[in-house]
Write a protein that binds this ligand. Structure first.
Ligand code: UDP
Ligand code: MG
Length: 210
């Protein structure tokens, strides 16, 4: 049988390292499908808070409970339980069209629980050739996020949440980057340059898939 599994590239890096920006360029120039786990969670909160398609009271209550939970995790810079995130990613992939696609999954897997949960549900369904890791120092990332906070409207783009997000990134996400690295499956990109300079290296990493 011909192997038609979709190909998934995980895109990791600290807050403000440029994941979303670089993924958008891959979408524009090469037609990759991009799913940001953080964006999907934020959209889910909005959806649930507006009770779309939730008809009875019980559903509404459980919907707003989930929305509050996700929101709390985000403000605290903590990682949402994988059952929620993985379902959103799977649904998002199905919506974009499943077969023979190149997916960029940005901001996931963020910890061991994410990794294991993904593996259980998606492990046999897709190929993951590598993780793209955007390497940047904290000072640069703080400056970028504080600039972004003027317009992003995100409730975690403030210095208190940001400190917590960095902490989580170092403690929980870096071990995942290292895990892929130990299998020769992390492609590290120096993210401390202009968008176009970084994109040159991003293109090189994806060369076999363009
Ligand atoms: N988040 C999560 N699981 C994910 C992705 C995001 O729990 O798989 C939550 C987490 O609280 C994180 C927040 O969403 O701090 C924002 O994530 P996003 O990737 O949007 O932030 P970025 O790193 O791009 O600034
Ligand atoms: Mg992002």
């Amino acid at each position: 049988m011909v192997d038609t599994k979709p190909v998934v590239f995980f895109v990791l890096g600290g807050p403000g390292s440029g994941k979303g920006t670089q993924c958008a360029k891959m979408v524009d120039q090469y037609g990759f499908a991009h799913l940001s786990a953080g964006d999907l969670l934020r959209e889910e909160v909005i959806l649930l808070f507006h009770f779309i398609s939730l008809i009875d009271q019980k559903q509404r209550d459980s919907g707003s409970e989930t929305a509050q939970l996700i929101n709390q995790y985000i403000v605290e810079g903590k990682i949402v339980p994988v059952e929620i995130t993985c379902q959103l990613l799977k649904k998002g992939m199905e919506k974009k069209g499943w077969a023979e696609k190149r997916f960029l999954i940005d901001g996931f897997p963020r910890n061991q629980d994410n990794f294991d949960g993904w593996d259980r549900v998606m492990g046999d369904l897709v190929e993951v050739p590598f993780v793209l890791f955007f390497d940047a120092d904290e000072e640069t990332m703080i400056n970028r996020i504080m600039e972004r906070s003027k317009t992003s409207g995100r409730n975690d783009d403030n210095i208190e949440s940001l400190k917590k997000r960095f902490d989580t990134f170092k403690k929980e996400t870096m071990p995942i980057v290292d895990l892929f690295d130990s299998n020769g499956k992390t492609q590290k990109i120096n993210a401390l340059r202009t968008i176009d300079e970084v994109f040159e290296d991003v293109k090189k990493a994806f060369e076999p898939y363009l």
